[in-house]
Design a protein around this ligand. Structure first.
Ligand code: ADP
Ligand code: ZN
Length: 790
């Protein structure tokens, strides 16, 4: 007889699964089912990842109970989680958590109750425990200390105890629904009861009790009396909580243009054939990519399959979300980061049960439990928001392609400025390239001017608001048009400089300067969230002559208001958007023309459509170019191209003004010319020469510790071992202090590998296991395909 042994992933930051024996008395748990297991002195709920080999040399512990016999997650998603753990060298428990219902492994509770046949077992501890009413299985397991053979399971098999998923406890909310019995003659003389009956009739014989009595709570008693009289039936139903979705007006569906048709033909053919095929849809801003996504989605839905549409951030893509609601109606669910826990939970189950078949969401929606996946869309595929910067450090675009491959789905990556990675994959034929070369309904591209800020400074003008930009703003005000002002730096001032000793105030936890907010009142660290009153004296020399230097969005607002007192100015950045719904409100007010000038960070650069915006000003186009980051030029090019695309979308011509200290930088020049091909060629040359992705793969291993010596020693040992294992298949750089040398009170060292991904991954794993063991790698962060190496 084969051994009854399973591997179990535990919700802990450990690198391995654990093996347990399943006692004969328990049902066999499927892969994806939860089990209660002993771990040290604790009992915890884990998830079975599959059968495991028995090892007689080890004395395996027993599974204490099987919570679900059937898996919560679908088998393809379990495969995806396993791939994630392997590909990113991430803790399996953290990866499986992504495919489980929100709340993870502990989310829904199995509850045991006595069936009718349990009488006469007075002495049985399970029966005794349940005599007082149903109990969660996990509570029972705790109470049955010293009963390792799991009496509960025997009772279950004998039919004396029943285990259900407790909907209430699982996070569902129940609502009471009233149904009118057939042939009701409302009791005469009882006005309240007659009122309830007539309300129910008006509602078609059935309604939620809370809706029935909303305007007259006193009717509730009448509902109860009608139920007692058998004239109305009451029962509980599962509620589905969701965000208030705008009743989207059905928008006119345009017949596709010739370009759209050409892009659609191969895409629809792949969907039709239920074939895994990745497409790169390279379409400039305003070229009508959304319509292409939606037509492909309709085809997949028509086959009875589901669709996932990923966007970098929901709040910033109101157009796409609204268009999806209008097009697909009640089958759409939008997974917001702003959803309350209950809403998130209910939407997960709507998807799992097939009620919602189009899922629009950010990064983590790539794990939505859509059954029979037909199509995955990754809009703005180049966006760094798709990379999760904490464990598991996955990239949702890459996960989307892998998921589509595992499930035989078609996948479309769309962008006006594709990542170099995706462009190379299309060149190599790994992705099929589709092109939308022209903007729809717009006369050409906006005119772009670069203003050299050094000239403005020499002439004694304000380099933050140079004369050309200021004049252009004034002209917009006169004409009743709108302007966007981009500065990708929030806060008021970028540093607080001591004029006596020349030092700037820095974060106590990190090796970075603090940013000053609200015109000098608070100091914040943008890396760890540290916040304090802005200091009044220098921490180094106690000098009191402190000066605010550098500027962020808050100061730009101040300067614009001073220069143009009549202008209505608003701001959108991460600080402003931290309140629920605030980003949408700011954008809506701007869209409605209540604001003339909107100042903001990259949050204003994305998929908005403001027909009266005829000017986009970039206050400092060089932000980001100075960072020690090999993607600095790519990010700048993408951001400037995107933001320039925001000008002049309708019948009004657009103008773009970029202020820069480096007007000859190729990222700026080529963004002005909207020359993607030129940028790609130039940037690839740099990546090849310097050996950066996509010319090679990278793995960055970061070692963190409160003690600099400890982290440095680990880094040295690791680098030495990785060099010994390299055999020419990759190069090892470092160890070195990370550019962000201290973060959240920890010192950071890094070892950077360049070469072939598979051999690097195997070597990193081997070296880490040798140094730290199989289970836990304390203070180690492995970043496979890092977006930046800071
Ligand atoms: P992108 O996502 O490529 O930036 P959008 O999908 O937002 O572009 O489309 C730009 C504009 O063109 C939108 O206002 C959209 O309604 C319009 N549009 C798209 N396809 C068509 C079409 N076939 N005919 C007319 N207008 C279209
Ligand atoms: Zn900090």
């Amino acid at each position: 007889m084969p051994a009854r042994v399973v591997a179990v992933a535990l919700p802990l930051p450990v690198q391995t699964t654990f093996t347990y024996r399943v006692p004969e008395a328990l049902p066999w748990p499927e892969r994806g089912a939860r089990v209660v297991v002993p771990f040290g002195t604790r009992r915890i709920v884990g998830m079975v990842t599959g059968p495991a080999a028995d090892d007689p040399a080890l004395s395996l512990k027993d599974v204490l109970d099987v919570v679900d016999e059937a898996p919560l997650a679908t088998p393809p998603l379990l495969d995806l989680a396993a791939w994630l753990a392997d590909h990113y060298l991430a803790p399996p428990g953290e990866c499986y958590r992504l495919v489980l219902p929100p709340g993870g492994i502990r989310a829904s509770r199995a509850v045991a109750r006595l069936s009718g046949e349990a009488a006469g077992e007075a002495g049985d501890p399970v029966v005794a425990a349940l005599a007082g009413g149903p109990l969660p299985v996990s509570t029972l397991a705790r109470r049955l200390e010293g009963d390792p053979t799991s009496r509960l399971s025997r009772l279950r098999r004998e039919g004396r105890v029943v285990v259900d998923q407790d909907l209430g406890a699982a996070g569902f909310r129940l609502v009471q629904v009233a149904t009118l019995a057939d042939e009701v003659a409302p009791p005469t003389g009882k006005a309240a009861q007659q009122e309830v009956v007539s309300r129910l009739r008006a509602a078609g014989g059935r309604a939620r009790v809370s809706d029935l009595v909303r305007d007259r709570p006193s009717l509730r008693g009448a509902v109860t009396r009608l139920a007692e009289a058998g004239l109305v039936r009451l029962h509980d139903e599962r509620d589905t909580r969701g965000p208030e979705m705008l009743p989207a007006e059905a928008a006119a569906v345009h017949p596709p243009t010739a370009d759209q048709q050409a892009a659609l033909a191969p895409l629809l053919a792949a969907v039709e054939a239920r074939r895994f095929e990745p497409f790169l849809l390279h379409g400039i801003t305003g070229s009508g990519k959304t319509e292409v996504y939606f037509r492909a989605a309709e085809r997949a839905l028509g086959q009875g399959r589901g669709v996932i549409v990923l966007v970098p951030e929901i709040a910033l893509t109101p157009l796409l979300v609204r268009a999806a609601l209008a097009r697909f109606g009640a089958t759409v669910t939008v997974l917001h980061s702003e959803l309350a826990a209950g809403e998130r939970h209910d939407q997960w189950w709507r998807i799992r049960e097939g009620e919602a078949r189009v899922v629009v969401g950010a990064r983590s929606a790539v794990f939505a439990p859509v059954g029979e996946l037909g199509l995955v869309v990754v809009d703005e595929e180049h966006e760094s928001a798709y990379k999760q910067e904490e464990s598991p450090r996955y990239h949702a675009r890459d996960v989307a392609v892998m998921r589509a491959r595992m499930e035989g789905a078609t996948v479309v990556l769309g962008s006006a400025t594709p990542s170099l990675e995706s462009h190379v994959n299309a060149d190599k034929g790994k992705y099929t390239r589709l092109v939308l070369p022209a903007r729809i309904g717009v006369r050409g591209l906006p005119k772009v001017d670069v203003v050299d800020r050094r000239e403005a400074m020499k002439a004694g003008a304000d380099p933050m608001l140079t004369p050309p930009l200021r004049e252009a703003l004034e002209e917009r005000l006169r004409r009743g048009e709108q302007a966007l002002l981009l500065l990708n730096r929030r806060g008021y001032a970028t540093s607080l400089l001591c004029r006596e000793c020349g030092q700037s105030a820095s974060c106590p936890n990190c090796s970075v300067l603090v940013t000053v907010h609200q015109a000098g009142r608070t100091a914040q660290c943008h890396y760890c969230g540290f916040q304090s009153q802005a200091p009044r004296a220098c921490a180094f020399c106690q000098g009191e002559y402190l000066r605010l230097t550098g500027y962020g969005t808050e100061k730009v607002v101040e300067a614009v208001k001073a220069a143009l007192p009549k202008a209505r100015v608003d701001r959108l950045d991460r600080d402003r958007a931290s309140r629920r719904g605030e980003a949408a409100r700011v954008l809506a007010a701007f869209g409605a023309g209540e604001t003339d000038i909107l100042v903001g960070t990259q949050l204003i650069a994305k998929g908005h459509d403001f027909p009266r915006v005829t000017l986009v000003g970039v206050v400092d186009a060089d932000v980001g170019l100075g960072l020690p980051d090999f993607r600095a030029a790519e990010r700048t090019f993408q951001l400037l191209t995107q933001v320039a695309g925001r000008a002049g979308r309708a019948d009004l011509a657009g103008e773009v003004i970029l202020q820069s200290h480096l007007p000859d930088h190729y990222a700026l020049r080529l963004a002005c010319a909207q020359d993607y091909a030129g940028f790609f060629a130039r940037e690839m040359e740099f990546r090849r020469t310097m050996a950066y992705p996509p010319a090679v793969a990278l793995i960055n291993v970061i070692l963190r510790s409160r003690e600099a010596v400890a982290a440095s020693q680990d880094a040295q040992a690791l680098a030495a071992r990785l060099r010994a294992l390299a055999a020419g298949r990759y190069r090892v750089l470092g160890p070195a202090r990370a550019p962000l040398a201290r973060l959240k009170q920890e010192h950071r060292f890094q070892v950077l590998l360049k070469g072939g991904r598979a051999s690097m991954r195997a070597a990193v794993k081997k070296a880490l296991v040798e140094r730290f063991g199989e289970v836990r790698w304390p203070g180690v962060a492995v970043d496979v395909d890092p977006l930046s190496v800071m």
